[in-house]
Design a protein around this ligand. Sequence first.
Ligand code: ZN
Length: 417
Amino acid sequence: MLRLEKFSIGVGDRFAHQAQAQLRACTLAAERGITVIPVWNKSNREHSIIGSQPSSVRAAADAAVRELNWNGPYHVDADHINLDSVDRFLPSSDFFTIDVAHFIGHPADPATVDDFVDEHPELIGTIRIPGIARPMMMTPESVAAIASKYLVGIAEAGRIYRFIESKKGRANFITEVSMDETDLPQTPPELLVILAAIADEEIPIQTIAPKFTGRFNKGVDYVGDVRQFTCEFENDVAVIAHAVGHYGLPATLKLSVHSGSDKFSIYAPIASALVKFGAGVHLKTAGTTWLEELIGLAEAGGDGLAIAKQVYEKAYVDREALCAPYASVIDIDPARLPSPSEVRSWTSEQYIAALRHEPTGPDFNPHVRQLLHVGFKVAAKLGDRYLAMLKACQEPIARNVTYNLFERHIKPLFLAN
Ligand SMILES: [Zn+2]
């Protein structure tokens, strides 16, 4: 089986121009003795909005790896796929994130639930898991309730996994199951039942993306109770270790944190949980690199700054349509968005101060940042003009992309201890 390393970072690269700058952040970690491997992820939704093909992600990743002589592993993630969308990802991806969120809550057939409960007597009663202070108490009814909620989705994950396996061969890809895009977080007992069911489906899962408590808004810091998050995260890590031991799941199995970029206030708790349990983690970042592109363009001044302002202006005008698909993962107060005419008067420094993710900066504007985060469609519509500007302003862009991934993400998560 293709094994995923202990520490990995999902690097989204919407316009496929920053793979080298992203990989450089991993080489900086390597120079400090920590292996953090890059996984280039791009969802079907992003491809559809931009009009790109999955093969472009692979091509950009391969080129970056050659240029920088990266000797470590690296992967290309077909992010959030299902049976309808997986086909075009098959040739170029070696990592598949099977999304079952839509199936959660579709009640499973009662006979299937009964069979599951009968086959899993170990889930009933008092379950003591090292690292979790209070034992879990499970009854046949509570296990049945969880099974009913999740078995349909996990059966679907099994079908998708087996389809991919039939095309790629068992040894040639990494499997993630995601259920983050749903309303309620999964509790540790739910995670345990889910993992038992995934083992029943014989899915060699290496990463699982639950929904965590709190808000993971796009491009900005975590909003929620950090202590509760920490407790839940540690419990999930403990449940995973327990499930690996009991159900023969791959020893590499770890949590995957989606919308993980820019969640500065939870990186320290995650880092200490990793040390406490000797666990790994996969952190998916998507739009944070695209925002650094805008920062680099603004920093370049001249035509670069002009196009960065144009993106804001169009995003401002189209904000309702742009925000709609992301409604559950952004919190934008339109009253806090500066008008396009105001932004037109901004200097490079003003644009950067509003956008760059320095949450305590006096001019930082999380509303601007979130709007631009979902505004990549505007840049996509600019087409070659935008791409030409990326090339013309490559130096400041690359510097900001690398700095952001290394200093704000990799360092606090993987190099803190
Ligand atoms: Zn996700």
